[in-house]
Design a protein. Structure first.
Length: 332
């Protein structure tokens, strides 16, 4: 396997104010045994538009790599300080990533017309934003300006979809700030923006998700159906938010993909040293309590079936990558 980093933006292109030295990038995981042009998947980890959660990136990409796809993990712009609304920066990041992969399809041994994007939670919102607004993210760099940012298929895991009722408030606040206009809320309520050109979508969520209500998935599925878009939807009866691939490997000591934390790790020293820019004392104190607590929290306890790696109470949810792969094989 070839694995390497790809920076998304060239010198002078990336101007997000609160980056603290971070620049969005892709991690590539490519088959190197032959020159076969493969389908590919680009995975965007969730994290409330505040961070990128490692367990929702590389673990997922590897599930599809093992099925023969070339895989990429997108580490896009987030803001845990809530000091500079992200607006369209994450959309621009993911659109550039799609174009970059297509431009270099021969080098990466991928089929440019068989590119799937996959996102979880807030990154589900990001992927659904690209699926509905791909024409709204033009690229001024002539290398990419003529390349389509429309994905060929989309996988959404427990996605944030709406900015209205049933939304995940802090994700929308990180994206749009405390006082977004109704126009912005409507634009980022993605169930209102599905068109006949929205790509096919695979959606999964759990019924009792206590962080992002399952109604988000229902709203998007309904909109897809009304526009005649091919979609699959799975709602599992048990399991809370953030389950990713729900594999024993995930639950028992996996700690890979730490590159996903790069932007957060660049910000945390500024939290500790009180050198954040334009961040309220209240938010800084919240971050201190979260990341530098005076008393270290107790490690989570595994009970029941979690005591043994072969026991997995979420075995049904762990089937979703296979279900998505079967669906994808029919679509592209």
């Amino acid at each position: 396997m070839q694995s390497f980093r790809i920076d998304l933006w060239e010198e002078g292109e990336y101007t997000y104010k609160q980056s603290y030295g971070f620049k969005p990038f892709l991690m590539a995981f490519l088959h190197d045994e032959d020159d076969e042009k493969r389908k590919c998947i680009m995975v965007a980890p969730g994290g409330g538009y505040c961070m990128c959660a490692p367990h929702e990136g590389e673990l997922v990409g590897m599930e599809f790599y093992k099925k023969g796809l070339n895989a990429f993990v997108l580490i896009y712009t987030t803001d845990i300080t809530f000091s500079e609304p992200l607006k369209k920066q994450p959309l621009n990041d993911i659109a550039r990533a799609v174009r970059l992969i297509r431009k270099n399809a021969d080098e990466y041994n991928v089929s440019p017309d068989k590119l799937v994007i996959c996102g979880f939670s807030a990154a589900g919102h990001l992927c659904a934003t690209l699926a509905t607004h791909f024409d709204d993210a033009p690229d001024s760099n002539p290398k990419y300006s003529d390349i389509s940012a429309r994905p060929d298929a989309v996988i959404l895991g427990y996605p944030v979809i709406t900015a209205g009722d049933f939304t995940h408030g802090s994700s929308i606040e990180a994206l749009l700030g405390k006082n977004p206009s109704q126009e912005e809320l409507d634009y980022f309520s993605l169930e209102k923006n599905v068109t006949e050109n929205t790509p096919p979508c695979f959606i999964w969520q759990t019924l009792n998700d206590t962080l992002v209500p399952v109604e988000n998935s229902y709203l998007f599925a309904k909109a897809l159906k009304e526009k005649g878009i091919n979609y699959a939807q799975y709602v599992f009866p048990f399991g809370d938010h953030g389950l990713s691939v729900a594999s024993p490997e995930q639950f028992f000591g996996w700690n890979g993909g730490q590159y996903a934390m790069e932007q957060l790790n660049l910000i945390l020293p500024h939290v500790k040293d009180n050198t954040l820019v334009n961040v309220s004392d209240r938010r800084r104190n919240e971050l201190m309590e979260q990341f530098f607590p005076e008393k270290k929290p107790e490690p989570p306890k595994m009970d029941g079936a979690f005591k043994k790696p072969e026991g997995n109470p979420f075995a049904d949810i762990a089937m979703w990558p296979e279900l998505a792969y079967i669906w994808m094989s029919r679509i592209i």
